[in-house]
Design a protein around this ligand. Structure first.
Ligand code: KG4
Ligand code: ZN
Length: 343
């Protein structure tokens, strides 16, 4: 197998992104360009992503983002082996914009198309940055997803657990909103937590100790709201303490659920080469610290892509496309965009 060059396009949420990646015959990879245009500022006034604003913004900037990704990679379109795009899951308007653009490029340049599952791309990123071999345990924690998945190969995903209500990033965002902190909530809560007392509020750790590694966040979110109402009006220190207590609960929940998932993998005869952390919540330092320890205690190691590859980007789509293309997997131009697409 020779080296592969892929263009990847990502538009499933509020990042318009394109990248060029090289995958070598030995399975290693290099990012040649990675352009991400975040729409955070467009959505901030609404306290969350507005789908209609997102798809319009993707339409407006995607051409230029792709052009920049190509130019700064030094690779010409004719040299590409294939064009990859996230075909879901995500906000359908945005997915249509990215996938249709990829189809048009593939058709015009006579290149194969690879329709990538956005979650699969998160799952495989650690193989680009960290050469993680199969099998591994994936913890995907973003604004839209909270999943523990045993990954045994490209296209081989065994879901061990997921959330019964909110995603963890969503819980961070809702907590921030409730406490008057800016959007996106995760980084704001993390900053406030640094100045807070995590032991001040006794918050619940739902599903703690349960034998299936599922998550439930809504009870925690409600508990934060009730404490905030009880002590209102809130001082800055109250907000910091609530954030620290909330983040402390999240860290405990993650540690317990990941321990459980590692146990389940071992029971099923799989020895994970790593615990891979992916998704925006992976940028949180307290989360990283605890998972580092949980992985080591479980006889494995924590692999975390750098923060800019934990959040949505084009390189992860190009890379997942390259991993699929290397196995001979391509898609017809008739492939449909999908709002929902479980791993
Ligand atoms: O993966 P991502 O960029 O987008 C998707 O949701 O797909 O993740 C964004 C989520 C948001 O909910 C954001 O609040 C959260 O990740 N996040 C964080 C941190 N940075 C981003 N959560 C906790 N701590 C952080 N430092
Ligand atoms: Zn994502």
């Amino acid at each position: 197998m020779r080296d592969l060059l892929l263009l990847g396009i990502e538009t499933t949420c509020d990042e318009t992104a394109a990248a060029v990646v090289r995958r070598r015959a030995d399975g290693s990879g290099t990012i040649l360009s990675n352009i991400v245009l975040s729409q955070t500022a467009d959505h901030a006034p609404y306290g969350g992503v507005v789908p209609e604003i997102a798809s319009r913004a993707h339409v407006e900037v995607l051409d230029r983002v792709i052009e920049r990704a190509l130019r700064s990679s030094g690779v010409k379109l004719v040299e590409m082996d294939a064009i990859a795009a996230a075909a879901g899951p995500g906000l359908i308007g945005g997915v249509i914009v990215g996938l249709t653009t990829a189809k048009a490029i593939a058709l015009a340049a006579r290149k194969p198309l690879v329709a990538v599952n956005h979650l699969e791309a998160h799952a495989l990123t650690a193989r680009l940055t960290d050469a993680v071999p199969f099998p591994f345990l994936l913890l995907l924690v973003s604004g839209g997803h909270t999943q523990l998945v045993a990954v045994t190969g490209v296209g081989e995903y065994h879901k061990l657990g997921g959330t019964m209500d909110d995603a963890i990033g969503e819980a961070f965002d809702k907590t921030a909103k409730m406490l008057g902190l800016p959007y996106p909530g995760g980084p704001a809560v993390e900053r406030a937590a640094l100045r807070g007392d995590a032991s001040r509020f006794a918050l619940p750790r739902p599903l703690h100790g349960k034998p299936v590694p599922d998550f439930s966040l809504s009870g925690l979110k409600t508990a934060v709201r009730l404490e905030a109402l009880r002590i209102a009006p809130l001082t800055d220190q109250d907000v910091n303490d609530l954030c620290a207590s909330f983040q402390g609960a999240i860290v405990d929940i993650l540690a317990d659920r990941v321990r459980c998932a590692l146990r389940v993998m071992r029971e099923r005869g799989m020895k994970p080469s790593a615990l891979v952390l992916a998704g925006g919540v992976g940028a949180n330092q307290a989360v990283r610290r605890v998972l580092h320890k949980v992985a080591a205690d479980g006889g494995t190691r924590l692999a975390v892509p750098p923060p800019e590859l934990c959040t949505d980007n084009g390189a992860m789509i190009a890379w997942a496309g390259a991993e699929r293309f290397a196995l001979g997997l391509t898609d017809d131009l008739a492939v449909s965009p999908r709002a929902r697409w479980p791993l």
